[in-house]
Design a protein around this ligand. Structure first.
Ligand code: ATP
Length: 225
């Protein structure tokens, strides 16, 4: 479903050039859950951004089925992302002036009947364990864990083909982490393709495949079916 071929990426920094990804190869099949682990700063977020169409690699290709996503125009790629990708950002990226409920419906706001959307968003928020009393609040008044769960609901609103998650349980306590893990397992059983960056091995182990990113290179860490 998604394949990364010969992906390299470096950043200009004050002291020169920081080589973050070196000739990465990764193939993710439909319905697979892939976890990516590795030390802080090893390039996990960079890899996730490249795989999901958010960041151009310096070289290499990212293909989604037959589409080479970096050969699309910006507009086509943004449509592709809207139609196929859900993304949970490490820093949530909730819009500060919109309520919790509006943040969740925003990705589909212009395309769908509002009544239906609200119903779907409420269902997702309930699934995430977000109390109805929070629906009209602004994100700034939520705890880190609540923001994270709202961000997951928003990523799922369009029923994406692939869910990318960058540290989706980083701000959660034990109970909420387990709740999200259960939900991910449920999504996985239903056939959702998922790519999850995490420091938490108790999250990572539920994947079909775990990869470790070290020194710019990706290696299979463990296999589970
Ligand atoms: N836009 C940028 N400009 C310069 N350096 C960057 C940029 N983005 C990331 N980096 C650097 O690239 C390296 C990889 O960053 P990245 O965020 O991908 O790592 P990570 O493995 O996700 O880290 P963490 O686990 O701490 O979130 C880091 O050293 C980071 O400082």
């Amino acid at each position: 479903m998604i394949s990364l071929k010969n992906i390299s990426k470096s950043f200009h920094i004050q002291s020169g050039r920081l080589e973050v990804l070196k000739n990465i190869q990764l193939a993710i099949s439909k319905g697979e859950w892939v976890s990516i682990v590795g030390p802080s700063g090893s390039g996990k977020s960079t890899l996730l951004h490249i795989a999901s169409g958010l960041l151009h690699p310096d070289s290499g290709d990212v293909c989604f089925n037959d589409t080479n996503i970096y050969q699309l125009t910006e507009r086509q790629r943004s449509n592709w992302r809207r139609n196929h990708i859900g993304f949970v950002f490490q820093d949530f990226k909730l819009l500060p002036y919109y309520s919790v409920l509006d943040n969740v419906i925003l990705p589909l706001y212009y395309d769908h009947p509002k009544h239906e959307l609200r119903k779907k968003a409420k269902k997702l928020l309930h699934m995430m364990g977000i109390d109805e009393s929070l629906f009209s609040r602004l994100p700034e008044s939520l705890s880190g864990g609540e923001k994270q769960r709202v961000a997951i609901a928003r990523a799922l609103i369009a029923n994406p083909d692939v869910l990318f998650c960058d540290e989706p349980t980083g701000n959660l306590d034990h109970e909420n982490r387990n709740h999200i893990v259960q939900l991910f397992c449920q999504l996985h059983i239903q056939g959702k393709t998922m790519v999850v960056v995490t420091h938490d091995m108790e999250v990572a182990v539920h994947a079909n495949h775990i990869y470790r990113l070290v020194n710019g290179m990706l290696a299979r860490a463990e296999v589970r079916i």
